[in-house]
Design a binder for this molecule. Structure first.
Ligand SMILES: Nc1ncnc2c1ncn2[C@@H]1O[C@H](COP(=O)(O)OP(=O)(O)OP(=O)(O)O)[C@@H](O)[C@H]1O
Ligand SMILES: [Mg+2]
Length: 267
């Protein structure tokens, strides 16, 4: 029996393996992007449902309780009515907050600038932080993926500042040129060593830093943390400003891949 020499991969095999890998990565990116769209649509519809259905029913209960509490016939059960009214007020507030945190309708109705301004003003006031805005981004509406991911990144950056930074002042800037939208969130807090924290995150210790990077990359952009102990923290995110035509074709392609995957698995 003759032993055949092991065939090593030739340059054309390597190239085709590399091409296949690149194609897989591209498909994965398109699917991840579609997944985020689906998740945001879900959140939008739950937020609306909470606000419109549950919120309105609770408002009716609130009005009825107020009317009942004012009636002279209710004097013997006034403490119970007042307690119920307080409970309904509280639940209404919670429903309102959950709905806004799921997906602020402002992001859909008025766009990124307005939503960021509203969200940061509200949250920093609650946390006792001073906030300064610098906005020079286009007035027109941007690609919905960019608006969503930029908002979610800013949201996580702010959550991290409130949870970890012990900051007093927060500076938020949103600027754009012809090609890129640039978000910067800078705090004057305690800062941290970025590389070791990122390594810990990769090993599963936390999600925030990695999800910010992932979100930026899903929108075709990049993200960077600049920080060191005692020097505060800056989060930068850049997003390419695409034309709507290329968006449409990417979305169409995503739907095609989803459909072909679906038919493959439902056979
Ligand atoms: N602005 C900041 N100032 C100081 N430390 C920060 C800041 N942002 C992040 N960090 C540090 O980096 C770590 C990792 O952040 P990351 O957002 O990944 O995790 P987390 O906020 O602890 O948890 P979660 O997974 O809920 O986001 C934090 O635990 C904190 O030590
Ligand atoms: Mg975090």
């Amino acid at each position: 029996m003759q032993i055949q020499p092991r065939q090593s991969a030739g340059p054309s095999d390597c190239r085709s393996a590399e091409e296949r890998l690149r194609e897989c990565y591209r498909r994965l990116q398109i699917l991840s992007r579609r997944l985020v769209e689906v998740q945001e649509n879900e959140r939008r519809s739950i937020a609306r449902e909470l606000h419109d259905e549950i919120g309105q029913t609770l408002t009716v209960a609130q009005l009825n309780l107020q009317t009942a509490a004012q009636s002279p016939a209710a004097s013997s059960i006034l403490p119970q009515l007042r307690a119920s009214l307080e409970a309904v007020d509280k639940v209404l507030e919670q429903v309102h907050d959950i709905s806004l945190n799921l997906r602020p309708s402002m992001l859909d109705d008025l766009g990124l600038q307005a939503a960021l301004h509203w969200y940061f003003t509200k949250q920093t006031a609650l946390a006792g932080l001073r906030v300064e805005f610098h906005v020079e981004s286009p007035e027109r509406r941007l690609d919905p993926i960019i608006e969503t991911e930029c908002f979610r990144i800013a949201q996580e950056a702010l959550t991290n500042v409130i949870r970890h930074a012990q900051a007093k002042l927060l500076k938020v800037s949103l600027t754009a040129d012809d090609k890129y939208l640039h978000l910067r969130v800078r705090d004057d807090g305690i800062g941290f060593e970025v590389a070791p924290e990122r390594e810990k995150a990769v090993l599963g210790a936390s999600l925030g830093l990695l999800s910010m990077e992932e979100r930026a990359s899903l929108a075709g952009g990049e993200l960077e943390h600049i920080s060191s102990p005692g020097k505060g923290t800056e989060v930068h995110a850049w997003f390419p400003l695409r034309t709507s035509a290329s968006d449409k074709s990417t979305r169409l392609h995503a739907n095609e891949i989803l459909e072909s995957t679906h038919s493959r698995y439902s056979r």
